[in-house]
Design a protein around this ligand. Structure first.
Ligand code: CMP
Length: 140
């Protein structure tokens, strides 16, 4: 099905100057960037975005990391965009990520893991609406 997914290039990858390299991977895989913004998240925005992880032991470190610098946020559109983006990203822990994936190539740790991608249609819809209004999305 034609899907949309929320993608975030995290502060570590923005600082490494690899936004373009990561965008090229999306495009080569047939994912279209239909919305994008660079943003330095406030603590409140990061906590709200990751609210489902609030009780997890890594929550505070995750929030601190996500507000440590600007992020690049985009909506990707394409056939099976959610799974396709997760394939491109590789496993959450870069040590477990398949060679050639974004995390294997650009991530340093499970916290500084270069990218985020929605994991299911329901979370994609919530995450997209968290950052973009419908008029900011330029898809099909
Ligand atoms: P992300 O896809 O952005 O969703 C939550 C983030 O928490 C995850 O990527 C990781 O960067 C981070 N994280 C840190 N420790 C863990 C862990 N043990 N399990 C899952 N995610 C973790």
């Amino acid at each position: 099905a034609l899907e949309r997914t929320l993608s975030i290039i995290k502060p570590d990858a923005v600082a490494k100057n690899v936004i373009g390299e990561i965008y090229t991977r999306f495009e080569k895989a047939g994912l279209k960037i239909v919305a994008a913004k660079m943003k330095h998240l406030s603590r409140q925005e990061a906590e709200g975005f990751y609210a489902v992880h609030r009780e997890r032991p890594f929550f505070n470190a995750l929030v601190e990391f996500m507000i440590s610098g600007p992020v690049m946020i985009q909506v990707l559109e394409g056939e099976n965009a959610i799974a396709k983006n997760r394939e491109l990203m590789g496993a959450t822990d870069p040590k477990k990520a398949e060679p050639g994936t974004i995390r294997a190539d650009f991530a340093d740790s499970i916290d500084a893991n270069a990218v985020h991608g929605s994991d299911a249609p329901e979370t994609a819809a919530v995450e997209i609406a968290y950052f973009f209004s419908t008029t900011e999305i330029h898809g099909r």
